[in-house]
Design a protein around this ligand. Structure first.
Ligand SMILES: [Zn+2]
Length: 505
């Protein structure tokens, strides 16, 4: 099977070019050259931007376990519809992925229903599963995730944050900093990647005590989960990383203070990277009046000032990768009120469209987008250059974007099991026109097509695939300078100045 995508504008971190791409048996065979081999299928991408397939590294599909909220079939269909060709599944299903044996079970289970390719996270419990860490990376885990400050329930195998609610003998206690350092040393030894939810539990408990009652307003939620809890936790992470050489990734960074802590560590050469999520870039506390409890996430969406700092960090490369933190709950869950409703919002289907909209509004360059949603993410998680690249030999994964169209988000048309989106009703610039996975179209105009054909992708971390952050920063600093600041479809991607069909050679 040979597929040709012609007349599109290829967008990578290196630039934008008008070139055709030929794919053969799921891989990219030629870029920009005419090939003599017969073509089985052609896609005319005139007027479209052709990105490397978007990667969402932060998805909670709740499967197995809380499948009344979401499952892998639904989350991967949503991903495909939204232009995501690879998602990385978080390990905190029930049971969580704490060993290579569970990793293989989970891979087999998900492989039967996946509409997009997927990688799997392992769960790190500090010293409680230290001997499993090497095996998880050998199996191809994209990283191990530490839910810092959370305990694991021995019987239900669920993460427990409110430790007072449970008797101690039922809990695998949250690791102390000494245990986390030991974990860092082990992750460093095997050349892996450790990621953590960074909010200091002691600071949150003190803030809750100071408040003195369950939260009754969004302002009180921000008081109870202050930005200092995030920045202190990141500062500790930086010290543990410095002491061990462990690559440490801060997921869902939410605050200006948190970003400052990341910058300090990076300026010192500490191997600390950071993620943020579209909801922190799109919303602020001012949106609570309209969105209500739906926008409750941990760490919380904060002020406009925090949002601006996160945008700066996206543009200057402090943020390495974006993830949706797709974490659906039922409408009933979210109706429990601000104090009791669980934290989490869905986003795997909208991450691409929301970031394309931001690009078309001039908030970030197209090449930066190719970095944080594809190449940078693939490199971070040991998937490059198989994923995240438009190179000969890479998987033929593409996200095709129509910059001149518009998208109105309609949560009733989304494919998650619990369609409840904070972007519902918003009009976004641009449109995810087509999603192509290993040379086959898996979604068109927001609708999945064809049978599920996603596969497990095993990460290859370790010395040979190791990514030099210093080089990355020097490289990405040039990205935005090189790119048209605001891509105006009328000036850059106009079709009318093309030679007519058939006259190009
Ligand atoms: Zn998460």
């Amino acid at each position: 099977m040979r597929l040709k995508i012609r007349n599109g504008t290829l967008i990578t971190t290196r630039g934008q070019t008008r070139e055709d791409v030929v794919c053969h048996d799921g891989r990219i065979e030629h870029v920009g050259e005419t090939s003599a081999e017969p073509i089985d299928e052609e896609i005319d991408a005139r007027g479209l931007l052709v990105f490397p397939g978007f990667i969402d590294p932060h998805v909670h599909s709740r499967d197995p376990g809380l499948t009344h909220k979401e499952d892998f079939e639904h989350s991967t269909r949503a991903a495909a519809a939204g232009g995501v060709t690879t998602l990385l599944e978080m390990p905190n299903a029930i049971p969580p992925v704490t060993s290579s044996a569970i990793f293989e079970d989970r891979a087999a289970q998900h492989g039967r229903v996946a509409s997009v390719d997927f990688g799997l996270w392992g769960l790190a419990l500090g010293t409680a599963n230290l001997e499993e860490i090497a095996g998880l990376f050998q199996a191809g885990a994209v990283g191990v995730k530490l839910f810092w400050g959370y305990a694991l329930h021995r019987v239900t195998q669920t993460l427990v944050y409110n430790l007072g609610d449970e008797s101690a003998e039922n809990l695998i206690q949250p690791p102390g900093n000494g245990d986390v350092l030991e974990l860092c040393r082990e992750v460093a030894r095997v050349g892996g990647l450790l990621a953590a939810h960074c909010e200091d539990r002691g600071l949150i408990e003190a803030a809750e005590r100071a408040l003195g009652h369950p939260i009754t307003s969004y302002a009180e939620m921000l008081q109870a989960r202050p930005d200092t809890a995030e920045s202190v936790s990141i500062a500790i992470a930086a010290e543990l990383s410095a002491a061990s050489g462990c690559r440490f990734h801060v997921v869902h960074t939410s605050s200006a203070r948190g970003i400052q802590a990341v910058r300090r560590a990076q300026a010192e050469g500490v191997r600390l990277t950071a993620e943020t999520c579209p909801h922190y870039l799109a919303f602020s506390d001012a949106d609570f009046a309209e969105l209500g409890v739906m926008m409750k996430v941990y760490p919380p969406i904060r002020s406009q000032r925090d949002q601006s700092a996160l945008w700066d960090a996206v543009r200057d490369g402090t943020i390495e990768s974006l993830g949706s933190d797709h974490a659906p709950h039922t409408i009933e869950d979210k109706a429990l009120g601000l104090a009791s409703a669980p934290a989490g919002v869905q986003g795997v289907e909208t991450i691409g469209a929301v970031m394309v909209d931001a690009m078309l509004r001039g908030q970030l360059g197209a090449q930066r987008l190719a970095w944080i949603l594809a190449e940078g993410t693939a490199r971070l998680y040991g998937l490059y250059p198989r994923k995240g690249a438009l190179e000969v030999g890479s998987d033929a994964d593409f996200t095709l974007v129509d910059p001149s169209a518009r998208t109105v988000v309609d949560q009733r048309r989304l494919h998650s099991k619990q369609p409840q989106s904070p972007w519902h009703g918003r009009e976004l610039r641009g449109r995810i026109a087509m999603t192509i996975l290993r040379g086959e179209v898996i979604a068109r105009d927001g609708e999945p097509v064809g049978p599920p054909r996603g596969r497990l992708v095993r990460a290859a971390h370790g010395p040979t695939d190791e990514f030099s952050r210093r080089n990355a920063l020097a490289f990405t600093a040039e990205l935005d300078a090189a790119v048209t600041p605001e891509i105006a479809p009328a000036t850059v991607f106009v079709a009318s100045d093309d030679p007519p069909e058939g006259t190009r050679t």
